[in-house]
Write a protein that binds this ligand. Structure first.
Ligand code: F6R
Length: 590
């Protein structure tokens, strides 16, 4: 949450470089934005910041300078106003700070600083950082002042600081991600490696408690707790710059939905020794958990069905934010499989730390190379979905499920069957995307777009499919949608179905068909408008969307139907599909 970008180097249009970097990071927070540039000729820091999305704004009015920092905000402390936007300054205006995270104990320091005469203009915790650095700078060097400030802060944070005359950017992280990008006579900082792709593929992911001092031709890293210099190793990013761009599509979500057949094929074709190695680790473990948040938790839940159905193997499932409360019995023989697109979701990282403390092994299923989760895991499977920019997860989620399909088949000794299933799923999605099916889904969106509530039911693998479809609908179209295990309907939720309520039922060609149909009938009998998503039509359906039967992998094309429905509902309502209100991608706060 919150996008950070910094530049120091030979170019003088640093404000523009940072501004463009921010645009590609906006999915991390879009309540407000801001850029500060150090002008040597005027001996002044110039700042432009504003509440709202970046939209058609620009930084043309900012002067030239070789150092600039910028921020996109997801508000925590203080409302969404111009003044609360970052960067924040000290009393003198010579220091500028941007911050990602929560400075939990900021009030204690704010009181003391006010008593000392410091003037605050915002309601943010971040402004306290600027004044602390100002205060310490009276006696200490700039970098030592930043370090001292950071060491006082409790909570998970990343800060970037600049000061007039100092030809450097100082940044420190603990919990919140920061990546250094290395250029020729220039260096960069970003909260997400994908933002660095237009400039460099050579990066270093800062570890917790590491401070970086970025100069034009030099990068120094040290540990803020021990003071020791860190001999870091650069990594090469394996994504291409065009993978992170919208290209011919009108939104990232539409682009990412359309990329899914290709990604599934690539996952199927590249499955090899790593899957077998990981399935051996799973077999050896005694007690294993799949853990994820939001959509990734539905992938994790799907994994429990896949492991059971394909490999006859039990695996537990937990939501990231809850896992920490029931891992007391983990030990060195346990295995935890965290699933995460960003690899930065704090609820996952925190519970993985606890699992590690208890000696459990960590094998992650993660999309971002070098992310915190990637680095803390004993073994990893890279999802291979490429950069995902739309806040609502699409291709990363189906990628997660694809790997779980492969793992399940591999546990059963037949990874080839898994590859075949994924290739069939890819073809089925291609059909849904390219032809009349997509039009059919759009027509459905036109019919139900004014609904207040939508219910989605399924059993077995269609249960996580129903949860995911409801999640996609509510988060981007703002229509209340509830995913349910079909069998639970009569235990309560059926009371909410009235004449015309849209009820989506997933009915794949598996053991759940008959019971799911019964659920659809129960909804119909209460006046529900039943939408059947199935391999064959049925008279109970008021609306029918066909999805070819591709066996156990049918849940993947079914999910894509849900994605498209959510997408068309959102477009019909004239909303921003990529940046839904109140949300941000990469949830780095608790
Ligand atoms: C929903 C969505 C979120 C994420 C969740 C976990 O469309 O995108 O629910 O799935 O925030 O994020 P990662 O996978 O980055 O850990």
């Amino acid at each position: 949450m919150c996008g950070i970008f910094g530049y120091i180097g030979k170019r003088t249009d640093s404000a523009k470089i940072v501004f463009d970097g921010l645009k590609s990071l906006e999915y991390r927070g879009y309540d407000s934005w801001g850029v500060a540039v150090l002008s040597k000729s005027s001996l002044k820091i110039f700042t432009k910041k504003a509440a709202g999305k970046i939209g058609n704004n620009n930084v043309n009015a900012l002067p030239d300078g070789n150092i600039a920092i910028g921020h996109t905000r997801w508000a925590t402390h203080g409302g969404v106003t111009d003044t609360n936007s970052h960067p924040h300054s000290d009393c003198s205006g010579n220091i500028s700070i941007i911050h990602n995270g929560i400075f939990e104990n900021y009030e204690d320091y704010k009181k003391k600083l006010v008593q000392k005469g410091h003037k605050f203009i915002s309601e943010t915790d971040t402004e306290v950082i600027s004044h602390l650095v100002e205060d310490f700078s009276k006696k200490l060097t700039f970098s030592d002042s930043v370090k001292k400030t950071f060491n006082l802060m409790t909570g998970l944070n990343a800060i970037i600081a600049v000061k007039l005359i100092e030809d450097r950017i100082v940044a420190i992280r603990n919990g919140s991600p920061l990546v250094v990008g290395f250029g020729q006579d220039e260096n960069f900082l970003a909260s997400d490696a994908s933002a660095l792709l237009p400039f460099t593929k050579d990066v270093y992911f800062l570890e917790d408690d590491e401070m970086v001092i970025l100069e034009r031709g030099k990068v120094r890293v040290s540990n803020v707790k021990t003071g020791k210099i860190v001999r870091f190793k650069k990594q090469k990013l394996n994504w291409n710059v065009d993978q992170g761009e919208m290209g011919k599509y009108s939104s990232f979500m539409l682009k990412e939905i359309n990329e899914q057949p290709k990604i599934l094929r690539e996952i199927a074709m590249s499955a090899g020794k790593n899957v077998e190695k990981i399935s051996k680790i799973i077999k050896k473990s005694r007690g294993s958990y799949l853990v994820g948040c939001g959509s990734a938790s539905y992938a994790a839940m799907a994994g429990t069905y896949l492991f059971s159905k394909i490999a006859g193997r039990h695996i537990n499932f937990a939501i990231g934010s809850e896992f920490g409360y029931h891992l007391d019995f983990l030990n060195k023989d346990s295995l935890v499989i965290p699933i995460s697109q960003s690899g930065e979701t704090i609820d996952i990282l925190e519970s993985m730390k606890k699992a590690k403390e208890r000696g459990a092994g960590i094998v992650s299923l993660v999309n971002v190379l070098g992310s915190s989760l990637y680095r803390m895991s004993d073994e990893k499977i890279l999802i291979g979905a490429g950069p995902e920019k739309s806040v609502a997860s699409t291709k990363a989620l189906t990628g997660m499920i694809a790997h779980l399909v492969l793992l399940s088949f591999s546990l059963d000794g037949g990874v080839k069957k898994g590859k075949k299933a994924l290739l069939e799923a890819a073809n089925s999605i291609k059909k849904i995307l390219s032809g009349k099916d997509s039009k059919n889904i759009k027509k459905l969106a036109d019919i139900i777009c004014d609904s207040k509530n939508i219910y989605v039911i399924g059993r077995g693998l269609s249960y996580p499919t129903a949860l995911e479809t409801a999640m996609k609908i509510k988060e981007i179209s703002y229509i209340h949608a509830e995913g349910l295990a079909a069998g639970e309907l009569k235990h309560g939720p059926l009371a909410l179905v009235t004449k015309g309520t849209p009820c989506i039922a997933f009915l794949p060609n598996d053991e759940t068909y008959g019971a799911n149909l019964a659920g659809a009938m129960e909804m119909k009998a209460r006046g529900g408008f039943v939408i059947g998503i199935s391999f064959k039509s049925h008279e109970v359906f008021d609306y029918y969307i066909q999805v070819k039967d591709v066996g156990i992998a049918t849940m993947i094309p079914n999910i894509v139907v849900g994605q498209l429905l959510a997408y068309f509902l959102t477009i019909k309502k004239g909303l921003d599909v990529d940046k839904p209100r109140n949300l941000a991608k990469s949830v780095t706060v608790k």
